[in-house]
Design a protein around this ligand. Sequence first.
Ligand code: ADP
Length: 193
Amino acid sequence: MMHIVLFGPPGAGKGTQAGLLKERLRFAYIATGDLFRQHMKEQTELGRLAQTYIDRGDLVPDEVTIEMLKNEVNKFSGAPGIIFDGFPRTTVQAEALEKMLGENGEKINLVLALEVPEDVLIQRILNRGKTSGRSDDTDRKTIIKRLKKYKEVTEPLKDYYRKKEVLHVIDGLQDIEAVHRDILQALEKTVGR
Ligand code: ADP
């Protein structure tokens, strides 16, 4: 089984690329942000909890995020692979994922890190907010806080995965097709290893 992490700041294009990739690979797809939004819509206990953090531009606590992720991963034991979008976002989450996969002799095979300058990210998220119905996408202050959190607690994971020799940096400023091509190239290299 192959495990791919789509990594990058909010607005980098992870969801868009995941859509293209999963169509091609027929992999299972797990996006923690989507899962939280589904819970929020259904007003589950987890949804109500997550909302208080998401509306403030904070990360949802590791414990509940990891628990939700584990449940989801267990649903896809028969899939050829899994694409993770928006997870891990902290070192604690990365370590939990590693441990969980390791128990089945599996690991993260490839981390695709999309890089986009901050001013472009803010613009992209504000644009998305016009149609996404996501309240965390319309308020500039919330967006800036999310980007700050990314820099502080998520971006350091690049080093974590670089040391494991699975990190592949991708220029996310290119158009959608070009980014997709770069991703496929990185994938071929990984499969060929
Ligand atoms: P974006 O990439 O624009 O931040 P997401 O849909 O990935 O959008 O996430 C939306 C929100 O959900 C995040 O701002 C955060 O509050 C919460 N969230 C998503 N994934 C995680 C995670 N792995 N750990 C903690 N919080 C998360």
